[in-house]
Write a new protein. Structure first.
Length: 199
């Protein structure tokens, strides 16, 4: 059972497809840990949630005070659950769901601008396969121009990326956090100093 952890919608249940492997949402413990690390960043924040699933992360941001949340989900059935959850919470005035490929141009074109927080929680298969993992990391790099002067990019992966793979051009970090043996969360920040040096 998926629940909102904190804020305006605390303890509200999110509808999700049957079969836990369908969306593999971030567990409550990991979500609590990540949101604790980002404490103070949600009030008035503009958020882009790529690979949004049923809204586990994006709706948590809205509950904690984000002013604008754009959630991108490709799977048609999962997208219907996402829309249902937004309607149930009655937060459609500041939460937008877009059915699109999170790795495509539409996802970034519809992002809040500037954005304060970007969450990337791709399906496990995309991160396990080296070829598609490169596509995910390339899309992460393309979020840089969207960012406000300060912000965070959060990437969840079942693979512990090697030192070279985990680098994203234009970003500082990552700060790495491991949960059990099969989940890592990386936190990045825009490196404005490097960006200005390249200009």
């Amino acid at each position: 059972m998926l629940k909102i952890i904190s804020g305006e919608y605390r303890s509200r249940i999110l509808l999700t497809p049957s079969g836990e492997n369908r969306t593999r949402p971030m567990t409550a413990r990991v979500k609590e840990s990540v949101f604790a690390m980002l404490q103070g960043w949600f009030k008035g924040a503009r958020v882009l949630d790529l690979f949004a699933g049923v809204g586990t992360v994006g709706l948590e941001c809205a509950s904690r005070g984000a002013s604008e949340v754009v959630m991108v989900e490709r799977d048609r059935e999962v997208f219907r659950y996402l829309e249902h959850n937004i309607e149930t919470l009655k937060c459609g005035d500041r939460v937008i769901a877009i059915q699109a490929d999170a790795l495509g141009p539409t996802a970034l074109a519809r992002s809040p601008k500037p954005v304060d927080l970007v969450f990337m929680d791709p399906p496990y298969a995309l991160m396990v396969d080296p070829a598609t993992r490169k596509l995910v990391m390339a899309q992460a790099a393309r979020t840089l121009p969207l960012f406000a002067p300060k912000g965070f990019l959060v990437l969840r992966t079942p693979v512990d990326l090697d030192e070279e793979e985990r680098k994203i051009p234009g970003f500082k970090g990552p700060e790495s956090h491991q949960y059990k043996d099969d989940m890592w969360v990386y936190l990045y920040m825009p490196d404005r100093a490097a960006e200005q040096a390249d200009a």
